[in-house]
Design a protein around this ligand. Structure first.
Ligand code: LLP
Length: 420
């Protein structure tokens, strides 16, 4: 659990702000983030990497509102981006494009062009075909694109199949046994300059061992590539460190980095520049989703607690059957009843939690905990539901960082057919 989200007496607090007061003041559904919790999550990464050439690139897909990006930019972070839209967000938040790594297996020419003009630090290239296109685009602009090849180390990160990315059957990265040839090709293309190597094996990883396996596989490649005369400057070991949602026990970031550094040192690679791309572990525990109980609906098979947040606000339970804690914002007396906590969307998959014992009344606010990662950033407008508002808390100061989406925004840009 995160100490920045905890009860004081019967009131749930996010840092210095009472959750039920935030719900009343800003309305629900509402995402609330603790700025201090984010910085506290970053600190062990920074500590473990102090004294080494390194760059922590926040994987902004986890939570990409401008104030979140601003928080990490001010803390010295770069960003791992996967689209031109994310690049524009980095710029709007005051981030340094020179600290941006551009990941993703489907970059368009237009996205490449824009990133080259802005001057990102590195393109993480995911296929040989992409190498050719990137070189061509760079040449057309009279530039040279800095590249790293994302290699697929074929290790099992032992996570949910939808968020495991480092296995042979995944669409990501360049196969381990093609990597040396791909580097040779990259070195020959006139629009490219090889600067690094990278891998990312999955998300919500709760063990250190798969990282060490991946690092070993990547170092094997580095040695093979460099023996052919090329120089690999930086090593990007991706993101993926898990967080505690319920009973997971992921390693601390400094323990993970420490173990990786020990492995690199032991193999004589300790002097390389290191890049990491953490997303969830920087923001997940720092955020909650607040929602109001609309109706209690007892039944013979199941009791339902209908809340005003739904799968469009928080997709993880519906999409991955993810278990996330749900707690009352204000504890009340009374015998807990076992509910499925569900949203108003017209799908049986629209649930936020199953079989939760809760003492609640309509009008109460509840909090889905550890919702700071892949919550708002995956929200949709399904059922024409406007997206939630977002608040950043720092001590006892709460700042609205994103307004609740006005319904009119949902059909702005739509056109009726001409009258005949
Ligand atoms: N780098 C790359 C290339 C990635 O694809 C990802 C995440 C990250 C870094 C950051 O991984 P993290 O540290 O956040 O685990 N929506 C899913 C998670 C999808 C992760 C996608 N890639 C969920 O809600 O569990």
């Amino acid at each position: 659990g995160a100490p920045f989200v905890a009860y004081r007496g019967t009131e749930l607090f996010i840092d210095g702000c009472a959750a039920s007061e935030l719900a009343a003041r800003f309305g629900t559904p509402l995402y609330v983030y603790s700025r201090r919790a984010m910085l506290a999550a970053l600190a062990p990464y920074q500590r473990a990497l102090a004294g080494r050439e390194h760059l922590i690139c926040y994987a902004m897909k986890a939570s990409s509102s401008l104030a979140v990006l601003q928080t990490f930019a001010q803390a010295g972070c770069g960003f791992d981006i996967v689209s031109g839209g994310e690049l524009d967000r980095v710029l709007a938040a005051g981030g340094d494009p020179g600290k941006v790594v551009f990941s993703g297996l489907g970059k368009t020419r237009a996205e490449m062009r824009r990133a080259l003009e802005i001057g990102v630090r590195c393109f993480n290239v995911e296929s040989e075909a992409e190498l050719d296109v990137l070189s061509e685009v760079a040449l057309s602009l009279g530039r040279v694109a800095p590249v790293s090849l994302r290699v697929n180390p074929d290790v099992d990160a032992k996570t949910h199949p939808y968020i495991s990315t480092g296995l042979k059957g995944n669409k990501f990265g360049i196969a381990h046994d093609r990597a040396v040839a791909a580097y040779r090709r990259a070195a020959q293309l006139p629009g490219l300059k090889v600067v690094g190597i990278d891998c990312h094996i999955g998300s919500q990883i709760t063990e250190i061992a798969p990282y060490l396996d991946a690092a070993d596989r990547v170092l094997d490649l580095v040695e093979a590539i460099e023996s052919s005369g090329l120089r690999i400057h930086h090593l990007d070991l991706g993101g993926g460190l898990g967080i505690q949602y319920t009973d997971e026990r992921p390693p601390a970031a400094d323990a993970l980095i420490g173990a990786l550094l020990a492995r690199l040192d032991a193999r004589g690679h300790g002097a390389r520049t290191l890049v990491f791309e953490p997303g969830r572990s920087l923001v997940g525990n720092a955020g909650v989703l607040l929602s109001e109980v609309l109706y209690l609906k007892p039944g013979t098979h199941k009791n339902f607690c209908v809340v005003d947040a739904a799968m469009n606000d928080l997709m993880r339970p519906a999409l991955y059957e993810a278990t996330m804690s749900i707690v009352p914002c204000r504890l009340r007396d009374g015998v807990p009843v076992v509910y499925d906590v569900v949203g108003p969307v017209c799908e049986s998959g629209d649930w936020l939690g199953r079989d939760r014992a809760l003492a609640l009344q309509p009008g109460d606010a509840v909090a889905v905990l550890s919702a700071g990662a892949y919550g708002m950033s995956m929200a949709s407008n399904y059922n024409s539901r406007p997206r939630a508002a977002e608040v950043m808390v720092d001590g006892d100061v709460a700042t609205l960082i994103r307004e609740r989406e006005p319904v009119a925004e949902l059909f702005r840009g739509e056109h009726l057919l001409p009258a005949d």
